[in-house]
Design a protein. Structure first.
Length: 181
């Protein structure tokens, strides 16, 4: 989506004041996701996907990636369906602890999650989501914007606070792969 053709919801749905800030925050996440999927693609789920802008960026650079998203806000899900019309039926307006894919047999090459989503969930829902991630996802990419990293010292501290251990040496990063979750 070009800067000129960009509606305000494109960045606002993802809680950014400007598209430039969103693009800068997304850059390390997209880079790590594409390195992780390089050449093999696969199903990718963003848990707390906003309007799917992050998934659209990943898909543009890694066309073998098939995007899926779960988001509480139905309007943001509607926008995701606009951004990725070929995958409109892959986006769900649901709570992360009870999303429709919990009961499916689908396997994901990569799940994308901010530790904030687990922090916000009630403990039973967070544990259900963690168990589902372990059973259905090959890799977990964890990221944080702004206060998530500073509140806990760094991304590794934020991840640890919700029971996720990152691969070594990536604690200062804005995005990292999880070793255990």
């Amino acid at each position: 989506m070009t800067e000129r053709a960009c509606p305000a919801w494109y960045h606002e749905d993802n809680v950014f004041r400007t598209r430039r800030r969103m693009d800068r925050a997304h850059r390390p996440i997209v880079a790590l996701a594409c390195r992780t999927l390089r050449g093999r693609g696969g199903d990718v789920i963003d848990l707390g996907c906003g309007n799917g802008a992050l998934l659209a960026k990943i898909r543009a650079l890694e066309p073998a990636a098939t995007p899926f998203g779960v988001e509480r806000d139905p309007l943001r899900v509607a926008h995701a369906r606009v951004l990725l019309p070929d995958f409109a039926d892959h986006f769900f307006a649901a709570d992360l602890g009870w999303h429709p894919l919990l009961g499916s047999e689908r396997r994901f090459a990569l799940a994308i999650l901010s530790p904030r989503r687990l922090q916000e969930a009630e403990s039973a829902a967070a544990e259900r989501l963690r168990a589902w991630l372990r059973a259905r996802c090959d890799r977990l990419l964890v990221y944080a914007y702004g206060s998530g990293r500073t509140e806990f010292g760094d991304l590794a501290g934020f991840a640890r606070a919700v029971g996720i251990e990152l691969e070594g040496g990536e604690g200062r990063a804005r995005a990292a792969l999880a070793r255990r979750w």
